[in-house]
Design a protein around this ligand. Structure first.
Ligand SMILES: [Mn+2]
Length: 348
């Protein structure tokens, strides 16, 4: 496996040198953040990102994300143009050495929590989702914590209205339409597409979500068989869905050659109504068996990219929610330990 760390470019408060000092760190996961969705990324921006990473002894082989325009998800008439732009971005990132693109197909909200600073028993804080708090959220007057509010109130209302016409099946067809154009470009450029699961893995505000469970994944891989059409196995996102068996996911989709990128984090389920908070990475801190998940990855020949996903705020840090330095660094060393142990057992 190649251990990586998400880095938000020059605006990130965490210096590349700190990332470099984490044992076994191979590279950063980043993106061009200052170009609107649906536009081409300047090659200069990509070269600069690569150069900054390389100058700190780090690679830049994973992009997270190239966002997919809402009009592609909605299947609007201008989607062909937007998909052409997407393909051009694939060619451009490939030209500077990127091998894996993480993306998602969630309508409007690409993640959702109800509290950015849930206080944990040990005094640290982390992101959480409470069913009861979510019931209080009014989609017509939305002020979600941590959500970038990139839409005006009217824009958001119009968008939510447009999605009323989009069933799960229609959204899925639009994803397949997108991939049928994008995957041949990936084959040409030797790049893998790694879809990120729905976070959390269920519908929110009546918006359809289609990458939430095993059934969804099987349907996706059957519809677009090329293994360039793969997965970001985000344990925390899938793992908030209590019926999702992550150990089985790791085994099954690694065997199929679909797992190109792994986000490793743990969640602690609370109560009976799908509430959860993001816990420390160690298995006993949350509800997922991280060791068994990693064991299945290694045992079945996983050879892709891994990053510690969201961390808590610890040691007095007040980091970007989920993306502080300290707990992700602790997560990285824990991940190293699991992989080292299982690779010694299984890797011939
Ligand atoms: Mn993730």
């Amino acid at each position: 496996m190649k251990l990586t760390f998400r880095w938000f470019g020059k605006k990130d408060s965490i210096p590349l040198q700190y990332i470099r000092e984490i044992p076994n760190m191979s590279g950063v996961v980043s993106a061009v953040y200052d170009v609107p969705v649906g536009e081409v990324w300047p090659i200069e921006s990509l070269k600069e990102l690569k150069e900054l990473a390389n100058n700190s002894g780090l690679e830049f082989e994973v992009v997270e994300s190239i966002p997919v325009s809402e009009d592609i998800k909605l299947g609007k008439p201008n989607r062909d143009h937007l998909i052409d732009v997407y393909c051009e971005n694939i060619r451009r990132v490939a030209s500077i050495g990127v091998k894996c693109i993480c993306y998602n197909f969630m309508p409007v909200f690409d993640w959702l929590r109800t509290n950015m600073k849930h206080v944990n028993e040990d005094g640290s804080n982390s992101l959480s989702y409470s069913y009861e708090e979510f019931l209080q959220v009014d989609p017509n007057n939305l002020h979600l914590p941590g959500w970038d509010e990139s839409y005006s109130k009217d824009e958001l209302q119009n968008l939510l209205k447009e999605y009323k016409k989009i069933s799960h099946d229609k959204l899925f067809q639009n994803l397949v339409y997108f991939l049928n154009k994008v995957i041949p470009v990936c084959e040409e450029c030797n790049v893998n597409m790694a879809i990120h699961p729905d976070d959390p893995p269920w519908d929110v505000f009546n918006l359809p979500r289609i990458i939430s469970n095993q059934k969804d994944l099987d349907k996706l891989f059957k519809a677009v068989p090329s293994t360039r059409n793969g997965l970001t196995l985000c344990t925390g996102s899938f793992g908030a869905g209590r019926e999702n068996d992550l150990i089985k996911f790791a085994r099954k989709y690694t065997k199929q050659g679909r797992v190109h990128f792994v986000h490793l984090r743990n969640v602690k389920w609370v109560g009976e109504n799908n509430s959860f908070y993001e816990s420390g990475h160690y298995s006993n801190c949350g509800s997922l068996d991280m060791a068994r998940i990693v064991e299945e990855l290694v045992k079945n020949g996983f050879n892709g990219y891994v990053r510690p996903d969201h961390g808590r705020n610890i040691f007095g840090e007040d980091g970007k929610p989920g993306y502080g330095l300290y707990d992700r660094a602790l997560g990285a060393t824990y991940i190293n330990g699991l992989f080292e142990a299982y690779e010694k057992i299984y890797k011939k």
